[in-house]
Write a protein that binds this ligand. Structure first.
Ligand SMILES: [Zn+2]
Length: 131
């Protein structure tokens, strides 16, 4: 992938951009070919809100094979301000400090850096809103 093309693709990855069904208004995240509710393939661009509340969470203490050295991590289900539910890893918080209903916001974390090409990939995680 050429660098200019990569840079053009960054906004979709780092901002919470996805699609919304033009027929019934269901938000698809991540984007998909057909609406999960009405089956339509007509979509329009949609920007998810960056804030929401934690609906539930799981602390993963037994990472998959190959990741045994990983510390426990937290997978949360977040209800965004527009009602969209997304599943995401939580960051910047210790397992004992996580509670259902806490306010969280999107954070973008560098996940991969390709030394040869300089390509950096980002993933969306959620962290507690600091007041
Ligand atoms: Zn639909």
């Amino acid at each position: 992938m050429s660098v200019p093309r990569y840079w053009r693709e960054i906004p979709r990855r780092t901002r919470l951009e996805t699609v919304k069904c033009s027929e019934c208004g269901t938000v698809a995240y991540p984007p998909r070919a057909r609406c999960g509710k009405c089956g339509s393939s007509n979509f329009e661009n949609y920007r998810l809100p960056e804030k929401g509340r934690l609906v539930t969470f799981t602390i993963v203490r037994n990472p998959p094979k190959g990741f045994e050295k990983m510390p426990p991590y937290i997978i949360g289900v977040v209800r965004l301000e527009d009602g969209t539910i997304i599943t995401s890893q939580l960051t910047d918080v210790e397992p004992e400090d996580v509670s259902v209903g806490m306010e969280v916001e999107a954070a973008f974390r560098k996940v991969v850096e390709d030394g040869d090409s300089g390509i950096i990939q980002y993933a969306i995680k959620f962290r507690p809103v600091v007041k």
